[in-house]
Design a protein around this ligand. Sequence first.
Ligand code: SF4
Length: 357
Amino acid sequence: MKIKPEQLKDMVRLRLQPSKGRTQISDAKAQPGREKPPLVWLETNTCHGNILSVMNIANPTFPELMEDIFDLRYSNTLMFGQGSQPIEVLEAVMAGEIKDYFLVVEGTVPTKDNGIYCVIGLKDGQNYTALQAVRDLGPEAKYVIAVGSCAAWGLPFGAYPNPSGSKPVSAVINRKVINVPGCPTNPEWAVGTLVHLAMYGEPELDSLNRPVMFYGETIHNLCTRRHYYESGIFAKKLGEPWCMFKIGCKGPVTYADCPSRQWNGEHVNWPVGANTPCIGCTSPEFLERTAPFFKHLPDIQLPGVRVASDRAALATGAVTALGIGAHLAGQIATGRLQKTLKKGFSGSFRIKKGKPK
Ligand code: SF4
């Protein structure tokens, strides 16, 4: 079944809400008769959750994506070649027999002991490591796309003490890597990015090389419970229908469009909609510094005001604190913060005017 050009446009812009900085591609045209980009999907240290998530894409379907838009050449999960066959495909790519290919990497890349902690096959009778594969395939790829937070940020495999020396893709090759984080990635973030690259070239990226069209807003800005936050009405335990900031929600510092796009292929639901706080899975701080998931963000130092939590999280990072600080600073500027804190945070937050201690 051939996919219609209109479907491609719809897929890339699907359910995007008008917002600052998002790529507008409504005037883009599909190109009948164009070459299908070869796709090499390399799985390194991963749970394979990202390719499984991408298989849930609804429009186009996954077979349409792989047959009509791309020419899938290699995927550890999907291919049925055995023994030397898959590695021979990679060798053909490296030899230049397959040009202008897209390299997707899913998973972290172990680097310790020459990358021996992730072996993807045998090449010339020797272990062929993921580290070597990324270094062999990366330089000549038309695009390198790190799909999922493991590939984009290096965690959780790279979490302390990181015995395998696992790193994100961008740390092991010296070239631009487009990051499509998430644990797992939303199928439309990954497929939308790939299709945009195939049809229209590189989308607008943020400072962390994430496509702005999917990661241009915080969860908090799009959240359906935002009015409860503004009114200071907070859930004290899971299951309550109020804002979950005080039970650990990382939405204020997490960039992704989950609230408007939603999940489950047919846009059925998303974490906050299912009564669980955002765990910040698209953030570079995930997982080491967004855990514990059910503790709220830590003490916040602002000029002249100290907002202290009596249930401070253990180790949420400075970036997170700065992010929430900036958000609250904005609230101070609009006069909303003190009202909110006095009403809603009493008992959990103390406000002291004067020099921060
Ligand atoms: S803190 Fe979380 S639940 Fe509350 S409004 Fe923000 S994103 Fe929504």
